[in-house]
Structure formats: C-alpha cells, structure tokens
Design a binder for this molecule. Structure first.
Ligand code: PEP
Ligand code: MN
Length: 362
C-alpha cells in the first residue's frame, strides 16, 4: 500500500506511521517529495490495517498497490528511476550505450576492443567472464582472469563495466571488480541469484528470459528491489517465437509496456534479439524510437574469429556509424546520445545536478 502524508504532516506523524508499519513486520520505503512525504509499504498487506493507518495523524490517504509487483510498479513510484554508475546516468534524458565483446577473450583483445568501443560512442563496456553456453564443451569464459581484464579496461578507458554473474556464491567477487551486474536471460528466474544480488546493493541489469512474460520479469525485478537495492534496470533481449530466420524475436512492445507499468529504466539488446549483425541496426533504431533508455550491442574486431556470438557482433566501424544514426533518432524523439561518457560527466547531468534515485530503504 501507499500512505500519502498531508502537506503539513510533521516528522513525528511520519515516524509514527513508519513505526506502526514496521512493527507489523512490513518494509517501509519513504519517498520525501518537495511538499509531502509518501510512504511505500511492502510486505504481507494482511497484517497492516489500512483503515487504522488512514486514521493516524497527518495521513491524507491510503491506497492499495494493485499489481503483484510493488516496488517495481509505477503506482508505488510514479517518477522514472534515474541513477548514476561511475558518472554515467542511466534512465535520464540521455540514452546510454553499452558495447563490447560477447566474451572477454584475452587481455590484449579486450583492451583493443574497449578503446574501439569508446571511440565509437560507447559509455559502458560489456564483456562476459562467465558465459552461459548451450553446450558444456563450449568456451565457458575466463572467470576471474576476465574480471581482471575488464577492470584494467575501465582504468584505461574510464568506462564503467558490466558483466554477467550466474552463481550466487560469486556475487561478492564479481561486485569487487565490476560496476554493474548482469542477470542473463537463462537466469531471470534464479531466485537465489536475485536475492544475492538484491543483498549486494550493486547496480544490476535484469535481462528478460526468452520465455518470460512481462509479469514474470517484473516479479523478478521485485526480488532484487525487495532488498532495498533500487539500482535496477531491465533489458529486453528478444523472446522465443516460431521464427527461425532470427535467433530470437525482438519484442518492441516491451519498451512502452514496461515504461507504463514500471519506473525502471529499460535497455534494448538488439544483438541477442536478432542473432545476426545485419539486423542489429534496424532493431536498435526501432528500440530508440520506441523509447528505450539505452542499448547493449556486441562488438568484436574480428567477428568471424569470435569465441562466442560472432554472428551477431558488429565490427567497430559499423558500430560507430550506427551510433551516429541512433543519435539522430534519439534527437527526433526528444532525447540524445552524448558523444562520449566524458560528455555525460561534463554536461551537468551527474551528481547533484540531476535528481537521482529517490527511493531509499530505511
Ligand atoms: C550475453 O549478454 O552475452 C548473453 C549471454 O545474453 P542473454 O542472457 O540475453 O542470452
Ligand atoms: Mn552474447
């Protein structure tokens, strides 16, 4: 439920409501606005008496949250979630471009492609150190060695890094190295992993499973948010349909749908959504036009030599050209793609200049 406090409610009134809710075993997420405080209550709604709360001093209104996902819903938090990772703003007016190889293949290779991605317009570097492969005999990733190379690439380029984590036991280790954790499509409903990531309080991108409905996906985001970890973004990466020409089917609907239902930023991954580099550009453009907050694109210096997902990887020159085209589309829909992450830092959109993340857990 949501408790809307009166404009003139005192801190004592607010504290009394919080105390009442917490002693019933529910979690409280106060949102302090300019003229009033709104208190989000999460937990088993049966144990708090709504009418009793409604009669408390300073309370204007008590409303139920009708959706089964609470903290992820727009009802709970009407304004967009915006947060900063290493100086790059996610969920704001500017779109964020994440790019890099499917897998970290070696130190030299990663440093080279990291520089090429930055030069092509990327703000965040991606690269898998733990790879979820269909075959147990395929390359499984360089593990911690790969994390070290990613951290080195961040040092050299200044770009924050994102990588997938599959094992809950490895969450603390991966958090030591990277700025954003990625939950892969195959692990969307791995609740033990989601709980571990929620507890870590680390920024996270939650990919949609290839068979996941929007409801299931948002319920998974709820797992992470329920631990008070609010730096969550969603990622649409294509779903299973009966089409065989492409690896998956990009669900462009997912962008306006999640935007309406949730306040979380939504990133599009046209690489996994299509599985073929020839289609990545068209899908990326559709995603930007539809209102995505960013893109994740696989880039490789020699796609035909890539250890994984070469078929869908763009060469650096093509990636750079695409970002230029995407910028025009972003501008046509009232947004922008900063030329590089340095510009994101310099154009006053970081830190105190931007209203960042207002939901806090007590
Ligand atoms: C990836 O990002 O390389 C990846 C494995 O993605 P997904 O989980 O969407 O298949
Ligand atoms: Mn991949």
């Amino acid at each position: 439920m949501i408790v809307v406090m009166k404009m003139k409610a005192s801190q004592k009134n607010i504290d009394a409501v919080i105390h009442r809710v917490e002693s019933a075993g529910c979690q409280v997420h106060p949102i302090v606005g300019v003229d009033r405080t709104v208190i989000g209550v999460i937990g088993d709604g049966r144990v708090v008496d709504r009418r009793q709360i409604g009669r408390m001093k300073g309370v204007e209104n008590v409303m139920p949250i009708t959706k089964p996902y609470k903290a992820a819903s727009r009802e709970f938090k009407p304004e967009d979630t915006v947060f900063s990772v290493g100086g790059v703003i996610i969920g704001g007016k500017d779109l964020v471009i994440m790019a890099g190889p499917c897998a970290v293949e070696g130190r030299t290779e990663l440093l080279e492609i990291a520089h090429a991605c930055k030069e092509g317009g990327a703000h965040i570097l991606r690269g898998g150190a733990y790879k979820p492969r269909t075959s147990p005999y395929s390359f499984q990733g360089l593990a911690e060695e790969g994390l070290r190379y990613l951290a080195e690439a961040r040092e050299e380029t200044g770009m924050p890094i994102i990588t997938e984590v599959m094992d809950p036991a490895l969450v603390p280790l991966v958090c030591e190295y990277v700025d954003i954790l990625q939950v892969g499509a195959r692990n969307m409903q791995n609740y033990t992993l989601l709980n571990a990531i929620g507890r870590s309080q680390h920024p996270v991108m939650l990919k949609r499973s290839m068979i996941g409905t929007t409801l299931e996906w948002l319920m998974c985001a709820e797992y992470i948010l329920s631990h008070g970890n609010n730096r969550v973004m969603l990622c649409e990466r294509g779903i299973r349909a009966n089409e065989t020409e492409t690896r998956n089917t990009f669900d462009v609907n997912a962008i306006p749908v999640t935007k309406q239902l949730s306040h979380l930023p939504i990133i599009a991954d046209p690489s996994h959504a299509t599985g073929r580099w020839e289609y990545v550009g068209a899908t990326a453009k559709a995603a930007v036009a539809a209102g995505a907050d960013g893109l994740m694109i696989e880039v490789h210096q020699q796609p035909d030599q890539a250890w994984s997902d070469g078929r869908q990887s763009l060469k650096p020159e093509r990636f750079k050209r695409l970002v230029g085209e995407l910028r025009l589309i972003a501008q046509a829909v009232g947004r922008d793609i900063p030329v590089d992450s340095l510009e994101v830092n310099q154009n006053g959109r970081t830190g105190i200049a931007t209203p960042i993340e207002v939901v806090t857990k007590r």
